[in-house]
Write a protein that binds this ligand. Structure first.
Ligand code: SF4
Ligand code: SF4
Length: 245
């Protein structure tokens, strides 16, 4: 899973390697990076955009997202729908209108994070790339950073935790290479990961937990936390697609 465009190019950072970067409205390139990009929307990104926009998921999906098929997995993939002039729909002269809830790809930029499951159930293994970012003046700023500092500065930890949880689905042991989903599976995929209002209704139906082998207390937890509802959606979808979590 890559929290940036799959087609990105750049240099892999060595463990512990530091880099020099700063970004801000005083730079001549301010906002230039918020256009002409393929901006992936991962499930937790959608959850946070709902908070920023205070709109139903269905409306955000219709108005601001486009559905594609990931060329590597064959699974649905969502991206921000750019305006006709190539700009992100959330950019304004003053900056990002959804800044506090901006997607992971925007937070991690100009880095990119690629992750894969850890060995024997250990923590996920991750690598960071310095993306090729033509025209970005931030590289010339005299501020030295570690990856850990950048993650903290950009509020990435909760995004990475959610994305790491979703790995159990995207890298499920019963998943074999590139497999397209059928219509019903695609509907389940979008509902569980990107339309929590629909999934919440499904999870509230009588017998849901026992039918899918989910612990009943998780339903109660999910009623009080959208983050937990999304984790429940990941595990339910694993059951739908693979017959078990
Ligand atoms: S182009 Fe680089 S420095 Fe300029 S606003 Fe974007 S990320 Fe910041
Ligand atoms: S969501 Fe915000 S930070 Fe990301 S591309 Fe759009 S305007 Fe820029």
């Amino acid at each position: 899973m890559i929290e940036a465009d799959q087609g990105l190019t750049g240099r892999r950072l060595a463990p512990g390697e530091r880099f020099q970067f700063a970004c801000g409205p005083d730079l001549a390139c301010f906002n230039a990076c918020c256009r002409d990009k393929r901006l992936p929307l991962l499930p937790y990104d959608l959850l946070r955009l709902r908070r920023a926009l205070n709109l139903p998921s269905a409306q955000i999906l219709e108005q601001f997202a486009e559905l594609e098929t990931d060329p590597i997995s064959g699974w649905p993939a969502l991206r921000i729908r750019l305006s006709e002039d190539g700009a992100c729909p959330f950019v304004s002269p003053a900056g990002c209108r959804v800044y506090a809830h901006r997607p992971a790809c925007c937070r991690v930029y100009p880095l990119a994070r690629a992750v894969r499951p850890g060995a024997a159930g250990g923590p996920p293994q991750e690598v960071f790339l310095l993306q090729d970012a033509p025209g970005c003046l931030g590289w010339s700023e005299p501020r030295e950073l570690s990856v850990e500092r950048w993650i903290q500065d950009q509020g990435l930890a909760e995004y990475q935790a959610a994305n790491n949880y979703a790995l159990r689905l995207f890298m499920h042991p019963r998943r074999t290479g590139k497999v397209a989903l059928n219509q019903a599976q695609t509907h389940a995929f979008i509902s569980a990961l990107y339309n929590l209002e629909v999934f919440r209704q499904a999870a509230a139906q009588e017998g849901f937990a026992s039918r899918w082998g989910l612990a009943p207390e998780r339903l109660a937890q999910a009623r009080g936390s959208e983050e937990e509802l999304l984790r429940l959606g990941v595990d339910w979808l694993a059951g739908v697609l693979f017959g078990g979590g």
